[in-house]
Design a protein around this ligand. Structure first.
Ligand code: FAD
Length: 426
């Protein structure tokens, strides 16, 4: 019988635990190695940062759920993966041997790459629920003495949707508080154009997001490289097509949230053959590492090449729907290996996303993710906000009840359908 360890209990890891368990043979052991007992739903962090959600509402206590599913749960986290020894060194010094390992450790947030960046310095973050709570406290203080806002994503970032979401959510919340007239907002992004999203746009995300930002009076600087951040001031270099400095901007701010670049986590960083120089897991088309074929990678932890050359480095986002497709392929491939067969499943890597703006939003579908595409669709409306709220409810409800099996994909489509119907009925 085999032991299958899943490292990281975020979106990819929790779904992988469910799906691998469903593919495992009776008697195989599935172990989920988490840092702590709690899962939190990252897509809701922007709502936590404006107090539209309490932290508890987006968290799931994993041990009882995993127990019900027959999945072993380790909450100490791993200090290091030892791929040549097929073992995890846990943070309490213990060892966990595995036959198969699924790495789902998400990102390490590279705040240290830019002077002054991050919640320990001068800008807020919504990448983790702890950061979102701090961002919420800072926002309340800001509202007592409002001023300019800078929101965006720095060079090398591979997550843009949440930056747009947060800019629009701030706009919505500030309008509700009747403070928007005192809070000029600038969106600063490494993307070559508004709506690129690391995907060279999807459908008309360029037009939709440009128009949305015009309507909400949000100025933008694209091809932006953040040189440094000081207390209340961001130095931003706007680059030309051939990556020379076109204009240097000194942006004053009283509140700022900037998404950092991502890299692989410390437990895998530098492992020759397993990860690339940024620490992302190298995988083949079956989500399998070529050097260590008993190791699979899923989610933000995996290496994906950028869609094309841009003046400022722009990474490809790894979103929920595509992560689910990586999970399903990985689980089925491990199921095949356990039965002496070769892995055949490939993730679709399609992107289906809902970007919430607080009162409305933009939805898009990219199939495949890298253009040219068979489906390249985007739409805009109040129904997107409703869909995102419903999706959060269904997703967390299912997770708490231990119901799984590719539910992300099924639900995404179902919720899109329901919400669209609601909008038409209005
Ligand atoms: P994560 O969810 O980050 O999980 C990684 C887990 O591994 C974490 O729990 C971490 O603690 C754990 N870990 C790390 N190192 C170790 C270790 N050594 N030992 C044990 N555990 C470890 N996508 C969408 O499709 N729709 C959205 O609306 C959306 N919104 C987003 C909003 C934000 C603010 C961000 C940052 C991303 C968003 N995404 C969204 C993108 C993506 O879906 C999420 O980032 C998702 O959480 C990624 O899943 P993951 O499993 O790869 O990583």
């Amino acid at each position: 019988m085999a032991t299958i360890a899943i490292l990281g209990a975020g979106l990819g890891g929790v779904l992988a635990a469910y799906e691998v368990k469903a593919e495992a043979r009776p008697g195989d052991k599935v172990v989920l190695v988490s840092k702590g007992d709690t899962y939190h739903f990252v897509p809701s962090n922007p709502w936590v940062a404006v107090k539209w959600r309490e932290r508890a509402a987006i968290e799931v206590n994993l041990p009882p759920v995993m127990k019900r599913k027959g999945i072993e749960f380790v909450s100490t986290g791993a200090a290091r993966v030892h791929p040549t020894e097929n073992r995890l060194e846990l943070s309490d010094g213990a060892s966990l041997g595995y036959d198969y390992l699924v790495i789902a450790t998400g990102p390490d947030l590279a705040f240290d790459e830019i002077e002054g960046l991050g919640p320990e310095r001068f800008t807020q973050s919504i990448c983790h629920v702890d950061h979102a709570e701090r961002a919420a406290a800072a926002f309340e203080t800001f509202c007592e003495a409002p001023g300019p806002i800078v929101v965006g994503a720095v060079q090398g970032a591979s997550c843009y949707g949440p930056a747009y979401e947060f800019a629009m959510i701030l706009d919505t919340e500030l309008r509700r508080r009747r403070l928007r007239d005192q809070t000029p907002m600038t969106f600063v992004t490494a993307e070559p154009y508004v709506g690129h999203l690391g995907l060279d746009g999807v459908g008309d995300t360029k037009g939709l997001l440009e128009s949305e930002m015009r309507e909400r009076h949000i100025k933008s600087i694209t091809n932006a490289r953040v040189a440094k951040i000081e207390s209340g001031k961001m130095i931003v270099e706007e680059m030309t097509e051939d990556a020379a400095v076109k204009t240097s901007h000194e942006l004053p701010f009283k509140y700022s949230m900037m998404l950092p670049a991502f890299r692989g986590v410390a437990a895998i960083m530098g492992l020759e053959g397993l990860v690339n120089p940024r620490g992302f897991v190298l995988i083949d088309k079956h989500q399998r590492n070529p050097t260590y074929p008993n190791i699979f990678g899923i989610g933000v932890a995996v290496a994906i090449a950028p869609t094309g050359k841009t003046p400022v480095p722009v990474g490809v986002p790894k979103t929920g729907f595509m992560i689910e497709s990586m999970v399903t392929a990985t689980a089925r491939n491990i199921g095949a290996l356990l039965r002496g067969k070769e892995p055949e499943e490939q993730a679709t890597w399609n992107a289906v996303c809902l970007a919430d703006f607080g009162d409305e939003g933009v939805a898009f579908i990219a199939q495949p993710q890298i253009p040219p595409r068979n489906v390249n669709w985007s739409a805009h409306g109040k129904w997107v906000h409703l869909a995102k709220e419903q999706f959060e409810k269904y997703f967390l409800g299912k997770l708490r009840r231990g119901q799984s099996e590719t539910f992300y994909e099924a639900l995404a489509l179902k919720v899109l359908g329901i919400a669209k119907l609601k909008e038409t009925k209005r």
